[in-house]
Write a protein that binds this ligand. Structure first.
Ligand SMILES: NC(=O)CC[C@H](N)C(=O)O
Length: 224
C-alpha cells in the first residue's frame, strides 16, 4: 500500500501523517505541491494538515491553485482515494472536491484539544473498522473548523450518508466546539472516495499520546 502525502508551503502535519501510515505498514512518499503529477503507484493520497500559504485569504484558498491540484482533481475524478485532514479538508472543499466550506470558528479562537467524535456512517472505507454510534477521542487544532453547508446541501449529505463524523461528548451526545452545521466534523463526497475531517487521527496513534483511536480510522484505507 503506497500513501502519497501532499506538502504545500506551510503544511506541518506531513511527517506525523507519514509516521502514522508507516506504523500501519504502508510505504509513503511526500509530494511537493509544485509536482504536476502523483506517483502512479499511489493507493491513497493524503492532503496533510497545517497552514498552507499561512492561511491567507481563507484556509486552503491559495493551495487550491498549486500545480499539483490539477493531478489531485484528476486522481479523485478517476476514483482514487483521497483523505484531507484539517487543512487538507479545507483545501479539498476550496478545490470543490468536497461539499461545503470551513469558516472561522464561532468564538474566533484557535481550539487545540482532544475532542470526542461520534461515528455517523461507517458504510465507507474510512470508517469501516468502526461501528455507527462509536465514540472516538481525537485531537482538534484549528481556527477555521466551522463547517458550513446550505440546507439543500445538508439534505444531500444526509440522503447519501455523507456525514461521517460529528462532534460529541464522551457519551455520544452532540457537543459542538466550533459552530459547525449539525456539529459536522467530517464528510465524504457522493462517490465515497474523497474524505475530509477537521480532527487529526494521525495524532492519535499511540496511547502515550493520549489516544490510539486514530488507528482504526486510518486502517480502513489500508485494507481496501
Ligand atoms: N491543524 C491544521 O491543519 C490547521 C488548519 C487551519 N490552518 C486552521 O487553523 O483552521
Amino acid at each position: 500500500m503506497k500513501v502519497s502525502i501532499l506538502q504545500f508551503p506551510g503544511t506541518n502535519c506531513e511527517y506525523d501523517t507519514q509516521h502514522a501510515f508507516e506504523s500501519l505498514g504502508a510505504t509513503t512518499e511526500i509530494i511537493w505541491h509544485k509536482s504536476e503529477s502523483i506517483p502512479s503507484d499511489t493507493n491513497l493520497l493524503v492532503v496533510a494538515g497545517g497552514f498552507s500559504y499561512g492561511d491567507y485569504l481563507r484556509s486552503g484558498a491559495i493551495a487550491k491553485f498549486s500545480p499539483v491540484m490539477k493531478a489531485v482533481t484528476e486522481y479523485a475524478n478517476n476514483g482514487g482515494k483521497v483523505l484531507g485532514i484539517c487543512n487538507g479538508f479545507q483545501v479539498l472543499t476550496e478545490a470543490g472536491l468536497l461539499p461545503g466550506a470551513l469558516k472561522r470558528n464561532d468564538g474566533l479562537h484557535f481550539i487545540s484539544k482532544y475532542h470526542h467524535l461520534k461515528v455517523e456512517n461507517n458504510d465507507n472505507i474510512f470508517l469501516e473498522e468502526l461501528n455507527n454510534g462509536d465514540v472516538v477521542n481525537i485531537p482538534i487544532a484549528h481556527h477555521d473548523g466551522n463547517y458550513y453547508i446550505n440546507e439543500s446541501g445538508l439534505q444531500d449529505l444526509k440522503d447519501n450518508n455523507q456525514i461521517l463524523l460529528t462532534y460529541s461528548d464522551k457519551q455520544g451526545n452532540t457537543l459542538n466546539p466550533n459552530g459547525s452545521v449539525n456539529a459536522i466534523a467530517g464528510v465524504c463526497n457522493k462517490e465515497k472516495n474523497v474524505f475530509g475531517l477537521m480532527p487529526h487521527p494521525e495524532r492519535a496513534m499511540e496511547m502515550i499520546l493520549g489516544s490510539n483511536d486514530g488507528v482504526n480510522m486510518l486502517k480502513g484505507f489500508l485494507q481496501s
